[in-house]
Design a protein around this ligand. Structure first.
Ligand SMILES: Nc1ncnc2c1ncn2[C@@H]1O[C@H](COP(=O)(O)OP(=O)(O)OP(=O)(O)O)[C@@H](O)[C@H]1O
Ligand SMILES: [Mg+2]
Length: 312
């Protein structure tokens, strides 16, 4: 598989702050690569360096096999960007905004109309073509922002947190749209601090923290890193803490925590640890309200690698 992006030893400092620190990674043709990291971990800075919008201190960036430079217009023509902050024209309708951005790349009017319609369908704005940005809800405005960035059918698309402040239904629409762009052949770099999104759409993930790559791989590979196969959460009101040590000794238990009446138990092996646990609870007459078992999340991976939560 071809590499669409190759980044080697990229470092960017803002005065004293090293915002990105010796990053090296590749993005393969046709994949959705997720850049996942908490606020301030360097996601936007990385994208802005890749686009040559920001000068960096050291490193090397190749896109489509060529050196990326501020004047690399042939490369830029094949790139679409959806910035973290919505950037559309308030004076133009939904249709005219998308048509404007398309016109920067596509001169032929008939083709342009087709592309604009395709983008509108992709983000589901069919009923809002004549609306002005100010008349749109936050989620619809985000969808317009995305349509403007991808309307020229670029081969490589950067999306920087495109779903922030979007309601769950719009978010799902947006994620479906992004997957269909990938299925139509685009290569996508997607930044987010929502691990759920990464699990839904990304083929591969790079986890960033404080400007460094702390892990990368497929979602399964990342989950394997945390050495946890099952996580059980149960609500127990006022658990007697003397039981914690005993639970810890149950088969396959890796770690336990208890706070706010929530007992969380992680297991290194198996998918059926609930049976042993429920037996133990019965035997000791411990009442619980909720209980559920799940596979570890990327948050667990982040917690394992950094000792802190990915969530804000
Ligand atoms: N123009 C700037 N001047 C100085 N420091 C900056 C500038 N832009 C970003 N930073 C700092 O660089 C670090 C990385 O910021 P960046 O915006 O790349 O993070 P991010 O991962 O995109 O965060 P978020 O999830 O909040 O968008 C942060 O500590 C941030 O405060
Ligand atoms: Mg950002």
């Amino acid at each position: 598989m071809k590499n669409v992006i190759e980044v080697k030893n990229l470092t960017k400092e803002y005065k004293q702050l090293r915002a990105i620190d010796d990053l090296s990674f590749t993005v393969r043709e046709g994949e959705i690569l997720g850049l996942l990291g908490p606020n301030g971990s360097g996601k936007s800075t990385t994208i802005n360096c890749l686009l040559s919008l920001l000068k960096f201190n050291s490193g090397n960036i190749k896109i489509f096999g060529q050196d990326m430079m501020p004047d690399a217009y042939e490369i830029k023509r094949n790139i679409g960007v959806v910035f973290q902050d919505v950037a559309v024209f308030d004076e133009l309708t939904v249709y005219d905004n998308i048509n404007y951005f398309c016109g920067l790349y596509i001169a032929d009017k008939k083709l342009r109309n087709q592309y604009v319609e395709d983008a509108i369908t992709l983000v589901g704005l069919e009923n809002y073509k004549k609306f002005y940005p100010k008349q749109l809800s936050g989620g619809l405005l985000r969808r317009l922002n995305i349509a403007c960035g991808i309307v020229h059918k670029p081969k490589l698309i950067f999306l920087d947190e495109p779903t922030v402040a979007v309601d769950p239904q719009s978010r799902n629409n947006i994620l479906d749209g992004i997957k269909s762009l990938r299925d139509q052949g685009a290569t996508i770099v997607y930044t987010t601090h929502y691990m759920e999104e990464v699990e839904i759409i990304c083929d591969r993930v790079i986890i960033l923290d404080k400007g460094k790559i702390i892990a990368s791989g497929t979602i399964d590979e990342l989950k394997a890193l945390a050495n946890i196969e099952e996580k059980v959460t149960l609500e127990v009101i006022d658990l007697d803490l003397k039981y914690l040590d005993e639970i810890k000794k149950l088969k396959h238990v890796d770690d336990i925590s208890y706070s706010n009446n929530l007992l969380i138990i992680t297991y290194t092996k198996g998918k059926n640890n609930l049976v042993d646990l429920i037996d133990f609870l019965k035997l000791n007459k411990i009442n619980y309200t909720k209980i559920f078992s799940e596979r570890p999340t990327l948050n667990d991976v982040f917690l394992y690698l950094t000792g802190k939560e990915l969530r804000d």
